[in-house]
Design a protein around this ligand. Structure first.
Ligand code: 5GP
Ligand code: ZN
Length: 107
């Protein structure tokens, strides 16, 4: 997706430090953190919103893996509690139309 900022970050066209990456998922710090820890967990596959998840392509497995990546980052950092959030649609505050899970915590 040529106009997608997150595709550009994933493709290393825009420099960004990954805090995690595997063949399906990357994670990097939010540019405008809302707490001490604010990580975005992002699939390499371009899916605009949660509404676009495709069961035929097993996207629900990918979303499950995103949750586990978030859980592992929280565990590694020793976070006692954290929030996980998907914003879905413009009216809910989604500004980047490539799905991402916010991991937000103050420790
Ligand atoms: P949304 O509101 O779409 O759920 O969240 C998008 C998030 O991406 C926002 O929290 C915003 O600060 C973050 N963001 C937007 N552009 C960039 C960028 O170029 N780099 C990084 N690291 N984060 C970004
Ligand atoms: Zn994208």
């Amino acid at each position: 997706m040529e106009d997608c900022i997150f595709c550009k970050i994933i493709g290393k066209e825009i420099p960004s430090e990954f805090v995690y990456e595997d063949d399906e998922i990357v994670a990097f710090n939010d540019i405008h953190p809302k707490a001490n820890h604010h990580v975005l967990i992002v699939p390499r596959k371009h899916i605009p919103t949660i509404n676009d998840l495709n069961e035929d392509e097993k996207d629900e497995v990918l979303v499950g893996k995103m949750m586990l990546v978030a859980r592992n980052i929280a565990k590694e950092r020793g976070l006692s509690g954290y929030n996980l959030q998907f914003n879905v649609g413009e009216s809910a505050g989604q500004i980047i139309f490539h799905i991402h899970l916010h991991l937000i915590s103050n420790g």
